[in-house]
Design a protein. Structure first.
Length: 338
């Protein structure tokens, strides 16, 4: 394990004013996105869509890295250049999602899952590194409601995240450690903060047991938000206050940065929350974005399989807004101006 390389890559992923584009939708997930705009889920369409995103002029100013799905890592742009090379040539670090998805957790509560994909991961990581990936992502999922979360779900997912992270670092690949507490319940933001705190405590305990180098990883958590079915939605300031407190209580300052998932928040709210957290100031880690839906929704709609220029324009705008939010310099008025 090269500690210096891992630390440099992790710092690059959370460089000031930049964040991550999560474009690692599996073939099944991208189908849902394409269904929404009436585009057929074929390999050429997936390639064309990602070509539009990665060829957006200037997006690299706000984007430190892109999380790719395995298919995309081994695909080439429409101009014939491997996507990983195209990104690297713009100073954007290529990464890859390596988990094999969340499966029902044996002995768990209803809807609880355990993320699979550890078997054979050591060998796959070598192949991915060879293809240009410098970081990886693994997502563990925790649900709230119907008696969940159980300690079973939290402990097994934290253990798997640490196993994955240790394997990544052995291959000089920076692990994005993503424990996602879903926001689709009817719980309050206070409950989300409480559950996420428990989850993060367990994740860092498992990372410690498995000798994961904190300086060579990036944490990708959810924010402390209200469930979408909760009658009272926490304000932007409340979400920022709870999220920062939760991180301060759980995340060692040795971790270079935290790159949030958007988890189903609207584009603008995800930006406003990140901005509000960064305005708190005096934090030991960089706080940035690693958004999927909140970075792509507008671009996907504008593109709709046809309009490449409109897609790029929408993508650049969202990337720029989130880049500003990662510095605590976003203003709502900038959205209207655009
Ligand atoms: P969302 O921002 O759409 O939640 O996706 C981020 C991600 O990579 C989930 O694993």
């Amino acid at each position: 394990m090269n500690e210096k390389t891992l630390n440099e890559t992790a710092l690059g992923m959370v460089a000031p004013g930049r964040g991550l584009l999560a474009a690692d939708e599996s073939t099944g997930t991208i189908k849902k996105r394409f269904d929404g705009i009436g585009v057929e889920n074929t390999e050429p369409n997936r390639r064309a869509y990602r070509d539009m995103l990665f060829n957006t002029p200037g997006f690299e100013k706000h984007t430190s890295g892109v999380i790719l799905f395995e298919e995309t890592l081994f695909q080439s742009s429409l101009a014939g250049e491997p996507f990983s090379k195209l990104l690297a040539s713009k100073g954007v670090i290529p990464g890859i999602k390596v988990d094999k998805g969340a499966k029902p957790l044996p002995g768990g509560k209803p809807d609880e899952t355990i993320t699979e994909g550890l078997d054979g991961l050591r060998e796959r990581l070598l192949k991915y590194r060879e293809a240009g990936a410098r970081f990886a992502k693994w997502r563990g999922v925790i649900v709230i409601g119907n008696g969940a979360p159980s300690y079973n779900a939290i402990q097994t997912n934290a253990h798997a995240l640490a196993r994955y992270a240790a394997l990544c670092q052995e291959a000089d690949i920076v692990p994005i450690v993503e424990p996602e507490v879903l926001m689709d319940g009817d719980n309050t933001a206070a409950t989300c903060e409480e559950v996420t705190t428990w989850v993060l405590k367990e994740v860092f305990q498992q990372l410690y047991y498995q000798n994961v180098l904190l300086e060579g990883m990036v944490l990708k958590p959810n924010m402390a938000v209200s469930g979408i079915r909760c009658a009272t939605q926490a304000s932007v300031d409340e979400v920022a206050e709870r999220s920062v407190r939760m991180l301060r209580n759980c995340v060692p300052s040795a971790v270079p940065g935290v790159a949030f998932l958007s988890g189903g928040q609207s584009d603008e709210l995800a930006t406003a929350h990140l901005d509000a957290m960064n305005r708190v100031g005096n934090l030991p880690w960089k706080l940035t974005f690693s958004y999927g839906r909140a970075l792509q929704a507008a671009a996907l709609k504008a593109w709709s399989g046809k309009d490449v220029e409109a897609g790029k324009k929408a993508h650049l705008h969202r990337a720029r807004m989130n880049g500003l939010a990662s510095l605590g310099q976003w203003e709502a008025a900038l959205e209207k101006a655009a």
